[in-house]
Design a protein around this ligand. Structure first.
Ligand SMILES: CC(C)(COP(=O)(O)OP(=O)(O)OC[C@H]1O[C@@H](n2cnc3c(N)ncnc32)[C@H](O)[C@@H]1OP(=O)(O)O)[C@@H](O)C(=O)NCCC(=O)NCCS
Length: 223
């Protein structure tokens, strides 16, 4: 278990500078590219998962106006960088990074569509990004958060050297809004991970941390 003190000790005291987008980041069998319109169109055609993963679904990108808006915001100046994982021209995943989060290099919007799932895309995509970032931000820890029901994602994070550093209850607006509308049967698979507290739905969330340089496994898990 990584202690908070150890995580924090590795944090540089100065605000981190933000690196510009590279044309592409090489990875194992894929490359990471900044968003462009051709990739946005592909992502708009990805299959969708729906509840409780609806917050990741990108069907709205099939609308040209929403696609243009999303592309513009992906290139807005600021601490966030948004990448698409590409295999032979095909968009197979996406990930964003906040370069200036107080807790470290904060990965978010980790998403592989259902049709590309189960081939190690998530692991290879995150490994490529973290390897690239480790060169530019040595000694800076990686952080991400994940709802406690999301065991598939947790297997990927653990394989990449992440460990749970905190568990907390979190208000997730998109999940909370949908929880008002789904049936108790829909809610049942995640029932142990949610609570209704002070008039709103909350979800239990793990905060994961990874000390830079921790070995990463991108291959298949032994069966
Ligand atoms: C969670 C999510 C990102 C996982 O994507 P993924 O690409 O399937 O994940 P992985 O990289 O771990 O690969 C999955 C499996 O492929 C296996 N694999 C790894 N390398 C492989 C290879 N070269 N060939 C075949 N299989 C391989 C892994 O062993 C893993 O198996 P396991 O899940 O039984 O342990 C995806 O399901 C998703 O987007 N879900 C919805 C959004 C979400 O939950 N995001 C995370 C928020 S915190």
């Amino acid at each position: 278990m990584i202690s908070f003190e150890r995580m924090e000790a590795t944090l540089p005291r100065l605000v981190r500078p933000t690196v510009a987008y590279p044309p592409e980041i090489p990875g194992e069998g894929l490359v990471l590219r900044p968003w462009d319109m051709a990739l946005v169109r592909q992502m708009g055609n990805w299959k969708q998962r729906g509840f409780p993963y609806h917050g990741f679904d990108l069907g709205h990108l099939a609308d040209p106006a929403r696609a243009a808006n999303a592309l513009a915001s992906a290139h807005e100046p600021g601490p966030h960088r948004h990448f698409v994982a590409v295999e032979e021209g095909r968009a197979v995943g996406r990930v964003s990074i906040n370069l200036q989060d107080v807790s470290g290099l904060y990965l978010w919007a980790v998403h592989v569509p259902p049709e590309e799932e189960g081939r190690g895309v998530c692991r290879r995509m995150l490994a490529a990004l973290m390897t690239w970032l480790e060169d530019r931000y040595p000694e800076t820890p990686f952080v991400l958060s994940s709802n406690t029901f999301n065991e598939h994602a947790h297997r990927a994070y653990r394989a990449l050297g992440f460990e749970v550093i905190e568990t907390r209850w979190h208000y997730d607006r998109e999940l909370a809004e949908r929880l008002w509308r789904v049936t108790p049967a829909d809610r049942q698979p995640i029932a142990h991970h949610i609570r209704f507290q002070l008039g709103r739905w909350e979800v239990r969330t793990f905060v994961f941390g990874r000390v830079p340089g921790t070995p990463m496994s991108t291959g298949q898990r032994p069966r």
